[in-house]
Write a protein that binds this ligand. Sequence first.
Ligand code: PXL
Length: 273
Amino acid sequence: MAAPPPRVLTIAGSDSGGCSGAPADLRTFAAYGVHGLCALTAVTAQSAAEVRAVEPLGPELVRQQLETAEEIGLDAIKIGMLSDAATVEVVARWLERLPPTPAVLDPVLRSTSGTALLDAEAMPVLVERLLPQLLLVTPNLFEAERLSGMTITGLEEARDAARRIERMGPSVLVTGGHGGGTGKPGGEVTDLLFDGNRFEAFVHPRIRTRWRRGTGCTLSAAVAAGLGWHLPLQEAVRRAVAFVERALRGSYPLGRSGGQGTLDPMAGRRGRR
Ligand code: PXL
């Protein structure tokens, strides 16, 4: 019998297309060699191009998934799409009672195509009840603007936004991939980590691919998996950024037009290359 690997839970939505949400998280967990658990918050029907339907599963079913996951045992947690205020509340209440376990939130607000994945009235619940209990939150520039109430047009403002969000509880990783905001000239992207004491900038080449669905999900899942292996936060983030870079280099097209597609958390780990 093999020794059990770390157990890492994703609390997220299902993307029927397998690009983002829980499917992306579970592939990432597999690539990291951890045991992935999955508490689904919502089911979405997605083609390569659009989110066609979204159905929340409701706080009671989420609560039961969390409690059964807890009985199995957890070394780290990743949280993604939460859908509505009642679901945020259930996750917050459960975390309050859980023995200390590192938790990473990707504050998913909307899909790439613009569909809302978190109700507007859930935002204050997320800030007041959930953020204080987390080790790390990983907003992209848009999400960092919404959380901080600031407009971000450059690195200095991204730092200010990170300071504001960190005061709400968790360390902050502002990811720069979605815009020029924290991207330096020369095709580089800066992801900015602030732990309340110091900033660490992770600068990496911008991978030019159109097939990048699931990037944010994969990054936060990779950090959680690293934390499951008991890496310190800085090291878990450093490895996760490198992991996403490799997954983007292995990205592939999907759908009839091939205009959409996803990064590949399993890049380099199976036959296809
Ligand atoms: O990328 C954010 C995201 C997270 N979770 C689910 C999604 C999406 C984007 O479409 O569908 C389920």
